[in-house]
Design a binder for this molecule. Structure first.
Ligand code: PLP
Length: 465
């Protein structure tokens, strides 16, 4: 069973290795000691085997099920068939021989679909963020970012020439205003428009699953920087295929194409293909081509990458993914409704044992739901125990702890897909309900146990190895 395999693997991988490395070369011993720190905090990462159909998928990035159904493969094969003489490699950087006609054509089509002046294909979304942030801010500019932006943005900040890098409180327009006002007070160049501010946000935050309050943030930026020297970099990794007409994303859904300077799109998630995209104006694209060393001192994305993107985007453009997009909305609504109706889960929420931020007071009024639903576990290591509890009942999810999420906000993240069935969702909620009942009974002293069953199983496995 997949659960047994993962449980055993987790326990084996989390056994301290440093002490048994005494006779090994010092280099490896030092590395294992560093890894032991991860093991100690239960955050060691090991590659897991893929699960099969006996496990329900509440974690993969195949949100629209385009991979699982084979739709993207068929579209890709069709693309290959139409271009039988394709070249496997790009044979050079984008600035040199690697700028082939097909990649330009795909970029134009996709830019057109998103209502952008240009698009620039990258080998991953991570690379897109790195490329933009390392090349666009000028020396003396500032980067202002939502405190919960993705690791790839943080990596980009480190490479950036921006003088100041300041976080604002998560999804908080007034938090943004505070930071912008302070910047103007500290440096008159911002008020005068001779230095710029790049504001980094995400359409759907990858750990919170909440929607960016983009309209309000844009309004604040325009009010505080009326000369247009505060511009947005919007990471749409999680919203392409999920939000907007034909999955064009949040910016398009809100009609803000002209207000957002740079959109970073993922093709590796909902679209089921490979790579990332930078949608922007020609000026910014030129800046990237001139300065983004990670993108241009490297071979261009090859034909198969561009073809996979075209295949995926054709599915979006033709409306072939529309039903899946709607199905995700139905599935999330079903999940939230059942979670809100479960008495055990309500008790656990009331007692602060399990928090479900998506179930705020007006969740039923939200015009769109997002497919990322965190279950925040406030008790120590409960994200791990809940993950194992779900897996032992045939549901895959993902546990996250500090430093991926803030301290005290460890969580199990559920990701909804078009392929999740109503039965799976109903059973998932029942299994979460069993978990909360068990924890409630432990905390009230009603059960004789000190730890939930999943924790005891983990302990038993660790002892047996
Ligand atoms: C917000 C965000 N940006 C960027 C990335 C990186 O995407 P990719 O896997 O295409 O590099 C991710 C991946 O999880 C993400 O969540």
């Amino acid at each position: 069973m997949y659960y047994d395999t993962i449980l055993k693997q987790w326990c084996e991988e989390h056994r301290m290795k440093g002490p048994s490395m005494r006779d090994e070369p010092a280099f490896y011993r030092n590395l294992e000691r560093a890894l032991d720190a991860r093991r100690q905090s239960s955050t060691f990462v090991a590659l897991k085997p893929r699960w099969d159909d006996t496990v329900a998928d509440f974690t993969s990035a195949d949100f629209l099920s385009l991979t699982r159904t084979g739709q993207i493969r068929e579209a890709f094969l069709q693309e290959l068939e139409e271009h039988p003489n394709f070249e496997l490699g790009a044979s050079g950087s984008r600035c040199q021989y690697g700028n082939y006609a097909y990649i330009n054509q795909v970029e134009e089509e996709i830019a057109d679909f998103h209502g952008a002046e240009t698009a620039f294909i990258t080998s991953s979304t991570y690379a897109a963020n790195l490329g933009v942030l390392s090349s666009v801010p000028l020396p003396g500019d500032a980067i202002v970012y939502d405190e919960l932006v993705h690791a790839s943005s943080h990596e980009g900040f480190r490479l950036s020439l921006a003088e100041k890098k300041v976080a604002f409180s998560h999804n908080d327009p007034e938090g943004l205003r505070e930071v912008l006002t302070r910047l103007k007070e500290e440096q008159p160049a911002f008020e005068a428009g001779t230095k710029s501010v790049l504001i980094c946000v995400e359409s759907i935050y990858s750990m919170e699953g909440d929607l960016c309050r983009l309209q309000e943030l844009v309004q604040v930026a325009e009010e505080e920087f009326p000369l247009g020297n505060a511009q947005f970099i919007m990471d749409e990794a999680h919203s392409v295929g999920i939000l907007g007409d034909k999955g064009r994303g949040l910016v398009s859904m809100l009609g803000l194409e002209k207000s957002i300077a740079i959109r970073i799109q993922a093709v590796s998630k909902a679209v089921g293909a490979v790579g990332g995209l930078i949608m922007t104006r020609k000026t910014v694209r030129s800046m990237i081509i001139n300065n983004a060393r990670s993108l241009t001192y490297s071979c261009a994305p090859s034909f198969p990458v561009a073809a996979s993107m075209r295949a995926g985007y054709r599915l979006l453009m033709d409306g072939q993914a529309q039903k899946a997009q709607e199905q995700i909305q139905d599935n999330v609504r079903q999940l939230l409704e059942l979670l809100s109706l479960s008495p055990e889960i309500e008790d656990a929420r009331d007692q602060g044992i399990l928090l479900i931020p998506h179930l705020d007071d007006d969740w039923t009024q939200r015009p769109v739901q997002t497919h990322i639903i965190p279950l925040v576990c406030t008790r120590p290591r409960h994200e791990l125990f809940l993950f194992f509890h779900l897996l032992s009942h045939g549901f895959n999810s993902y546990p996250f702890a500090f430093p991926v999420v803030p301290k005290g906000q460890s969580r199990v993240r559920l990701v909804m897909h078009a392929h999740n069935t109503s039965e799976q969702i109903t059973r998932l909620v029942a299994v979460i309900g069993d978990w909360t009942r068990e924890v409630l009974d432990i905390e009230s002293g009603e059960s004789g146990k000190q730890l939930p069953t999943a924790a005891l199983q983990l302990q038993a496995m660790q002892d047996s190895l």
